[in-house]
Design a protein around this ligand. Structure first.
Ligand code: SAM
Length: 205
């Protein structure tokens, strides 16, 4: 955990506070299943924090969006781990947005914005240097939501499981049509996690 949140200090305190919210109101509001609680750190928090290994260590070029953020995974975890990066959490469901706003307020994070919207409704309104996502849609459906939100040179960072390579193959035409180049699977978190995270990375031409 120290690798992403420090051994002590505000990032460490905030991530513990966030896990406190996830394990209480996160469950009672239906954002996370009670059966996830025993593995909340490994399978959710650290697994998501590992995506930050793909951010520029000197700071991202522009703001980052997390598409379909749900309970803030991975977006809010990344915002806590990387207070130097501005992160917009995009989520269409009112109740989830309300929970995210409540939690962000309580944590006192000032690098996070919560936007209630469907990704496809933000086209031509918002541009980001990276767009993260986890468990939102298969890649062939996710690419049309992600690509229009990226600046030239911006990167899609889509967390995926074992199906990642398959999904890249199936989305080949869509990736080319929407000018996302070099789609590949990158493994992150190997030094911290027994099961490292897998991220599909592609760059907007
Ligand atoms: C399975 S949940 C995953 C939530 C979170 N990323 C996680 O890994 O726990 C999928 C999320 O995508 C959101 N979503 C569905 N359609 C969307 C759209 N068109 N644009 C943005 N988000 C959407 C849902 O409301 C939901 O919160």
């Amino acid at each position: 955990m120290a690798a992403y949140f420090g051994a002590a200090g505000s990032r460490r305190a905030r991530i513990e506070q966030y896990v406190g919210h996830l394990s209480t109101t996160g469950v009672s509001w239906g954002l996370i299943g009670p059966r996830e609680l025993p593995r909340i750190w490994t399978r959710h928090v650290l697994n998501c924090a590992a995506v930050g290994e793909l951010f520029d260590p000197e700071g991202e070029q522009g703001p980052v969006a997390d598409l379909g953020s749900g309970a803030g995974l991975p977006g809010l975890v990344l915002a806590i781990a990387r207070p130097d990066v501005s992160i917009t959490l995009i989520e269409p469901l009112e109740r989830r947005v309300e929970w995210l706003e409540m939690v962000c307020d309580d944590l006192g994070v000032d690098n996070v914005r919560v936007v209630r919207a469907r990704a496809e409704d933000l086209v031509d309104e918002e541009i980001f240097s990276a767009v993260t996502s986890r468990a939102v849609k298969a890649l062939s459906g996710l690419v049309p939501w992600t690509a229009p939100l990226l600046s030239p040179g911006g990167r899609m960072l889509a967390m995926k499981g074992r199906s990642a390579e398959d999904e890249i193959e199936k989305a080949g035409k869509t990736l080319r049509r929407l000018r996302l180049d070099g789609a590949r699977v990158v493994t992150v978190g190997a030094a911290v996690l027994a099961e490292p995270s897998r991220v599909v990375v592609a760059t907007r031409r």
